[in-house]
Design a protein around this ligand. Structure first.
Ligand code: ZN
Length: 196
């Protein structure tokens, strides 16, 4: 699977509501194969999360993983600000998301289906997700900070929502421009300067 096999904004599958995975599909070869393909695509990109519609499959399956090498450019203060730390691979089938702490957290966010771009997006600080893994074992994860952001982003994909629907539109930036002008600044300063 090549990098471009991640479908991009404009593909109808990214705008549909993905279907629940029926119980009889849990643990089957096709579902395990789907999850394997998603994990490979996420790691190859590389990204910290992927939803099945992003590889053209309209099913409610998400994978998430964050690793030290993906946050190597962030200093200790930036990591603390974002509440970002590595976590091992998580697979959630039919995820149901509940907001635990709706306090808004605003940071730059991107999407493998909108490659090359990013924008400030407000997300709830803490959420809880319930569902199963690909074998049908119950999954329940309550988490704050960056993983909570990833979860909200991926579950949005299953409902046909992209971060561009939620972004502070005036902060929409090419990644090179974001790196050159905005990423090093406090978010409050970025919002002042961009009037966002
Ligand atoms: Zn995305």
């Amino acid at each position: 699977m090549a990098k471009h096999d991640i479908v991009r904004a404009g593909s109808p599958v990214l705008r549909d509501r993905a279907a629940e995975v029926p119980p009889e599909e849990l643990g089957t070869k096709p579902l395990l194969s789907l999850v394997r393909t998603m994990v490979e695509a996420m790691r190859r990109a590389p990204g910290v999360g992927l939803a099945a519609p992003q590889i053209g499959v309209a099913k409610r399956v998400i994978v998430l993983e964050d690793a030290e090498r993906l946050m190597a450019k962030l200093g200790p203060a930036e990591r603390a600000d974002r509440e970002r730390a590595p976590f091992p691979l998580r697979v959630v089938v039919n995820p149901v998301l509940t907001v635990v702490d709706e306090a808004p957290r605003v940071f730059f966010e991107g999407c493998l289906s909108v490659p090359g771009w990013s924008a400030l997006v407000s997300r709830a600080r803490e959420v809880e997700v319930a569902g199963t893994d690909e074998h049908g074992a119950p999954v329940s994860w309550r988490v704050a900070g960056w993983p909570a952001r990833i979860l909200q982003h991926e579950v949005d994909h299953l409902d046909g929502t992209l971060y561009v629907d939620r972004m502070l539109t005036r902060t929409f930036s090419h990644n090179e421009e974001a790196a050159a002008h905005w990423l090093a600044l406090p978010v409050t300063t970025v919002r002042e300067k961009l009037r966002a």
